[in-house]
Ligand binder design. Structure first.
Ligand SMILES: Nc1ncnc2c1ncn2[C@@H]1O[C@H](COP(=O)(O)OP(=O)(O)OP(=O)(O)O)[C@@H](O)[C@H]1O
Length: 430
């Protein structure tokens, strides 16, 4: 085999690329890396990757992030992750990092990292959508949403109440080929059973008592666009059969109508219930579940992305101020929020802040103004123990919601089945 200079090979790569040894030291960086991040290879070779990329004194797994270095050197896996990466001038940027296993001349192992900056697409979209967050869990989720948006598959969003499922559905629509079409929302829990069919498929003049003129249904209105079925677990069983038929044939009729209509609709659904449990309980049809959950995406609860709290709170306070001077949190207020579990997620945060704005003095919100339910405030666990507990609970929940199907759980977590298998053993879940 010809011996070619490492620098020449990596310089031929159009993406930023760095090579890192087992001790976290950068051993080479390509020209593209230097241009993109404003650091010369000479300045970073020999430095720790976490110091250069994350401006952090410790490896990213110790900050609760998925670490491609650890994945390779401990588990022999080349993984892809999303991180916030720093330019030499301190500017943060969302970046997808793809790890590659490399071998040196004596068989020693190296990690090759190819970097794909995401700021230009996801970052701008998030800003336009007013989706706030920089935590690894949030970034990974947004990256996932951006990827699934491009397909035409039906998407099922799973997440606790108030976590941002509707916002995520709007994000998917805005990034899809259908962005020029309508985004139509139906809250399946809010529509009375008797009106459900006419809401969804419309009705002809005088179709039933009380129906006045002809009304187009939401399915028809969403033609060429996206229909968002919120609280999808609440669709009555009889209507689930009708909806399934429409999804299978692409055809429907308005209530009281004789003409067969068609509509080209992409479905995004959301639920905070474990739909497969609903299937087990015979409250939800398995065939409809498969139609709706072409791809499922889990949205992380706020307590699993506490790093986003300061920015989210500042954003919500600004929105609440509506152009006037926004209130701000003091250190005690922020600490109280950091220790709270937020069962109602971002919506609860917004409501807490809304009340605090009215009671605080001089525009400064302290812990007392937030009036958090004392019993619900849990102390923050030491980082390592807390993260392991959270991961274990999250995997258990995923296993339950996916009927114990390991492939689907691994997909939802963004890890290989092998990695999942190890985690199951580690947490005594296998
Ligand atoms: N990442 C975020 N950045 C800024 N605001 C957010 C974010 N996520 C959610 N919100 C805000 O939180 C509120 C709740 O979000 P949304 O209605 O999308 O939640 P949901 O999961 O659909 O709730 P539900 O399950 O009750 O229907 C909205 O005001 C939304 O704008």
């Amino acid at each position: 085999m010809p011996s070619i200079e490492l620098q020449d090979i990596i310089d031929a790569n159009d993406q930023p690329f760095v090579v890192i040894d087992s001790a976290y030291r950068i051993v080479a960086a390509n020209r593209r890396y230097a241009e993109t991040y404003g650091a010369t290879p000479e300045a970073i070779v020999g430095e720790h990757c976490y110091a250069v990329s994350h401006h952090s004194p410790r490896p990213c797994h110790e900050n609760g992030e998925q670490c491609p270095h650890r994945a390779l050197f401990e588990n022999g896996e080349a993984v892809e992750v999303v991180h916030t990466h720093f330019h030499a001038n301190d500017q943060p940027e969302r970046t997808r990092i793809r790890g590659h296993a490399l071998r040196g001349p004596d068989g020693e192992r190296y990690l090759g990292e190819q970097l794909y900056p995401l700021e230009a697409d996801i970052g701008l979209d998030c800003d336009a959508m007013q989706m706030v967050g920089q935590s690894p869990a949030f970034l990974a989720c947004v990256d996932n949403l951006a990827r699934v948006a491009e397909s035409e598959a039906s998407i099922l969003l799973y997440g606790e109440s108030g976590v941002g499922k509707e916002l995520a559905a709007r994000f998917i629509h805005a990034r899809s080929q259908r962005r020029g079409g309508a985004f139509i929302v139906i809250n399946c829990a809010a529509v009375p059973e008797t009106l459900f069919e006419s809401e969804l498929f419309g009705h002809e003049r005088g179709a039933f008592s009380g129906s006045s003129g002809l009304k187009k249904g939401l399915f028809e209105l969403a033609d060429g666009g996206t229909l968002f079925l919120d609280e999808v677990a609440e669709i009555p069983l009889a209507l689930q059969a009708k909806l399934l038929r429409v999804l299978e044939t692409g055809e429907f009729r308005r209530v009281g109508g004789t003409h067969t209509l068609t509509a080209d609709v992409r479905l995004v659904s959301a639920t905070n219930r474990r739909l497969l449990d609903e299937v087990d309980e015979k409250r939800f049809r398995l065939d409809l579940y498969y139609r709706l959950a072409g791809i499922d995406v889990v949205l992380p609860p706020l307590r699993e992305r506490r790093a986003d709290l300061p920015a989210l709170a500042a954003f919500l306070l600004k929105r609440l101020a509506g152009g006037r001077r926004a209130c701000r949190l003091d250190a005690s207020g922020l600490a109280a929020l950091q220790a709270y579990d937020f069962p109602g997620n971002v919506r609860e945060l917004r409501n807490l802040l809304q009340r605090a704005v009215l009671t605080c003095r001089d525009g400064v919100i302290g812990a007392a103004d937030l009036n958090l339910p004392v019993a619900a405030v849990t102390p923050v666990q030491p980082a390592t123990q807390g993260l392991a507990d959270i991961e274990r609970a999250h995997i258990r929940a995923l296993l339950a919601s996916r009927g114990g199907h390991r492939g689907r759980v691994a997909q939802a977590l963004g890890v290989t089945e092998r990695t999942l298998y190890r985690k199951l053993k580690r947490y005594g879940l296998s």
